[in-house]
Design a binder for this molecule. Structure first.
Ligand SMILES: C=CC1=C(C)c2cc3[nH]c(cc4nc(cc5[nH]c(cc1n2)c(C)c5CCC(=O)O)C(CCC(=O)O)=C4C)c(C)c3C=C
Ligand SMILES: [Fe+2]
Ligand SMILES: [Fe+2]
Length: 338
């Protein structure tokens, strides 16, 4: 009997923080038709003509700030989680780590599973909530690759695990460590997506952004909606922490370009809170299972600075799941039972 193949996939990060490597990464990432979902000519002009040349050097500067001796945090935690989960699953499993963009590539990782003659493959994107631009893109690429194989083994795709009790508890326990200090408000800041992508993913065709508070509650109508899944994750963590609705706000960060993205924007909420006299904010980022540019820089540096300029004092990031042993336990359960 062969082993069971597990393919863990995160988004990706540049190979180094040099401007050339950051440009290469942004070029591959943003040319994905599920990420910048406009017509091919418009996407090429926007990405290759504007974003890569102008954003590249700026992003390289901030990647240099979060880069460690071992490399990019997203990739370092990816390797650690892969090693731990393979140890935990034992001899019947072969676990490969891949990144949707740059290295290690999905092509190479899945080829290793093929060469090693695994009996089956389970694709586990490292995104708790489903979005076309993240999980959808991983699934599409895996399907494109295996569609060319003569012998396609049984393949399973994990779509989401936004409500996994073990994962919810790790986010909550990480936040609890800060609760002996005084916080005026708690934010759940998720990575956003363009509103256009919310509408396109609406399986009912008449729900997302069409009815009031469309996705604040997860229902049959919006069970694949990224926003609804984010709300559900935040509600479960809030429940575990015994927060009241007045204690916290859900918001979306990382907007790119001028099109409307999911609202409210984290930066607008920071302004609203500062105007009300709020001084100290605790921030959880449950769209990410590992700390990365979006948490270590955008929350801890950029929003800290913005908030201070608005009269606030502290924006404290709650660390992500990273290589927390309780997250490894939760991920094992996701792999075995999802
Ligand atoms: C939670 C999953 C993610 C979704 C959905 C997502 C969508 C999305 N992102 C961009 C643009 C950028 N994202 C960037 C970084 C980044 N994004 C995610 C996750 C999701 N993105 C992660 C984990 C990271 C961090 C990577 C790291 O190396 O640490 C960046 C690059 C950084 C920068 O230059 O600011 C961009 C650009 C779009 C357009 C999009 C569309 C739906
Ligand atoms: Fe992103
Ligand atoms: Fe929705």
């Amino acid at each position: 009997m062969g082993k069971k193949g597990i393919l863990l996939v995160n988004l990706g990060t540049p190979d180094s923080p040099s401007t050339a490597d950051v440009r290469k990464y942004l070029g591959q990432f943003l040319m994905d038709e599920r990420v910048i979902d406009i017509n091919a000519v418009g996407r090429t002009l926007l990405v290759k003509g504007i974003i890569v040349p102008f954003r590249g050097p700026k992003s390289a500067k901030i990647y240099k700030e979060i880069w460690t001796k071992e490399g990019s945090p997203l990739l370092i935690y990816g390797h650690k989680v892969r090693d731990e989960i393979e140890k935990k699953l034992g001899n019947d499993y072969q676990v490969e780590l891949a990144m949707r963009y740059q290295s290690p590539s999905i092509e190479d990782a899945i080829e290793r599973l093929k060469q090693d003659k695994v009996d089956s493959i389970k694709v586990v994107p490292l995104f708790p909530q489903y979005a076309s631009a993240s999980t959808g893109s991983v699934h599409q690429l895996v399907m494109e690759i295996v569609s060319k194989w003569q012998a396609i083994p049984p393949i399973n795709f994990v779509s989401s695990y936004y409500d996994h009790p073990g994962m919810i508890k790790v986010f909550a326990d990480n936040a609890r460590k800060y609760l002996d200090q005084k916080w005026d408000h708690i934010l759940f800041s998720f990575h956003g997506i363009p509103q256009r992508q919310m509408r396109k993913a609406d399986v009912s065709g008449q729900h997302c952004l069409k009815v009031n508070d469309c996705c604040a509650t997860l229902t049959e109508n919006n069970k694949f909606c990224y926003s609804a899944q984010c709300h559900h994750t935040a509600q479960l963590i809030a429940k575990d922490l015994a927060l009241t609705p007045q204690d916290y706000t859900l918001c979306f960060q990382s907007r790119l370009g001028n099109d409307p993205w999911m609202k409210p924007y984290t930066s607008d909420i920071l302004k609203e809170l500062a105007d009300k006299g709020v001084k100290r904010i605790l921030v959880l980022c449950p769209a990410f299972v590992a700390d990365c540019l979006e948490t270590l820089y955008e929350i801890s540096e950029e929003y800290q600075e913005e908030f201070e300029e608005l009269g606030g004092e502290k924006v404290q990031l709650v660390e992500s799941l990273n290589d927390n042993p309780a997250w490894i336990d939760a991920l094992e359960d996701i792999i075995l039972n999802k």
